[in-house]
Design a protein around this ligand. Structure first.
Ligand SMILES: [Ca+2]
Length: 392
């Protein structure tokens, strides 16, 4: 087949790609500690802008009003103001302070204030607990799961496991007569947990809130919910996948996650623990991940949150992931998705936040448009090259 004939077939290629996009979206619930690290915001960006995701709910597993308001602002910016949000009570007004490195900034309150266009508004921060729009996380889990198609939901836990522990303890209610474990068994396809080290580790997500609640979920999962596989994205997987620079330098100026990264890291790229967990939750292993084990299970010490992999051949329901590619290659992929998602929201006019930012703080986003034009050109040229090499 000649080169010109191949060019004529290009539209068919795009029709094929389009049909792939029309495959059923993945039902996803995110459980996040959007507060002490900005990679949660990056993970929300990926989930909210992926064409392959049907975002059912976002549960917060800290107790600060700023986490809720920031989540609402981010979801609203990407056109998902309808997605329900849950958080445990009572709420606090505590903000993040970097007492480890004394180098990281606080972003949740700034995102909440400067991009307050979500369903939950900055002006309502003192009466959030009274609002029907703010869910109890266990009730939200139960409502959303009860309404979902059987075996269709993926849960991505990218913070503490307190809410999931509550769900496991829950009993029948107005949403479902099933207990928490039975509801999970009926509705959930897989649970993805960001946290731990493999084969052993001491992870913030496991000890930072409650080691005993983490142990409750992980140590009892296979007996309470044996039909649902559990996948771990360990601390080592995303630690050296440094991302955020293209978003910070070239993302649209009205994007709350761009600003969250700037406020948190001062233009330094950040580890991608949570974005990689969401990437796996949405796309599976793909060409990015591989399984680190064939058998065994995770055990968490309820006293201190330390985890250890137990190599038992008869247990084949839990898996930890490894990267299949170099850290830099995976980082480039995440950065591309960050920027594509950010720019797509800007083009659709979904994001109108950031009005409170001063002119001094804002920057022109012309670089973002140039980057998008460059990506589009690369896509077209890449398609032409593939067809040329295949058919000539
Ligand atoms: Ca997190």
């Amino acid at each position: 087949m000649g080169f010109l004939s191949s060019l004529l077939l290009l539209p068919l290629t795009f029709i094929h790609l389009n049909s792939a996009v029309n495959t059923p979206k993945k039902n996803l619930i995110i459980d996040t500690d959007l507060y002490s690290d900005v990679d949660d915001a990056g993970a929300l960006l990926l989930a909210a802008t992926s064409p392959d995701v049907n975002l059912l709910a976002v549960n917060i597993n800290t107790k600060t009003t700023f986490s809720v308001l920031a989540a609402s602002a981010i979801l609203s910016h990407y056109g998902h103001s309808h997605v329900p949000i849950g958080i445990p009570r009572p709420l606090t007004n505590i903000t993040f302070f970097d007492g480890w490195y004394f180098s990281l900034g606080e972003y949740a309150s700034k995102t909440a204030y400067h991009f307050s266009g979500g369903k939950l508004k900055w002006e309502d921060r003192d009466r959030l607990e009274e609002l029907d729009d703010l869910w109890d996380p266990v009730a939200l889990y139960r409502k959303v799961l009860s309404e979902a198609e059987d075996g269709s939901v993926t849960i991505a836990s990218i913070g503490f496991l307190d809410n999931l522990s509550g769900l496991l303890n829950s009993t029948g209610d107005k949403y479902s007569s099933l207990s928490g474990p039975r509801l999970l068994s009926a509705k959930v396809r897989e649970l993805v947990i960001m946290g731990g080290g493999y084969p052993t580790g001491h992870s913030w997500n496991f000890f930072g809130s409650s080691s005993s609640l983490t142990a409750h979920v992980i140590n009892n999962w296979d007996s309470l919910v044996p039909s649902v596989p559990l996948f771990y994205v360990g601390d080592d997987v995303g630690k050296y996948v440094l991302t955020g620079t293209p978003l910070m330098t070239s993302g649209p100026d009205n994007d709350p996650v761009k600003w969250a990264y700037i406020w948190y890291s001062y233009y330094q790229p950040r580890a991608s623990w949570d974005p990689l967990a969401v990437l796996y939750a949405v796309h599976g292993l793909g060409d990015t991940f591989e399984l680190g084990n064939e058998y065994g299970y995770n055990h968490v010490d309820p006293a201190n949150g330390t985890n250890t992999w137990v190599w038992e051949e008869g247990r084949r329901n839990q898996f930890f992931l490894r990267l299949k590619k170099r850290n830099e290659t995976v980082a480039a992929k995440v950065d591309e998705l960050f920027l594509q998602g950010s720019l797509s929201a800007g083009r659709q006019g979904a994001g109108r936040g950031g009005e409170r930012l001063t002119g001094q703080a804002r920057k022109k986003d012309g670089g973002g448009l140039l980057w998008w034009a460059y990506l589009s050109l690369c896509t077209v040229l890449g398609t032409v090259i593939v067809w040329f090499s295949r058919w000539t």
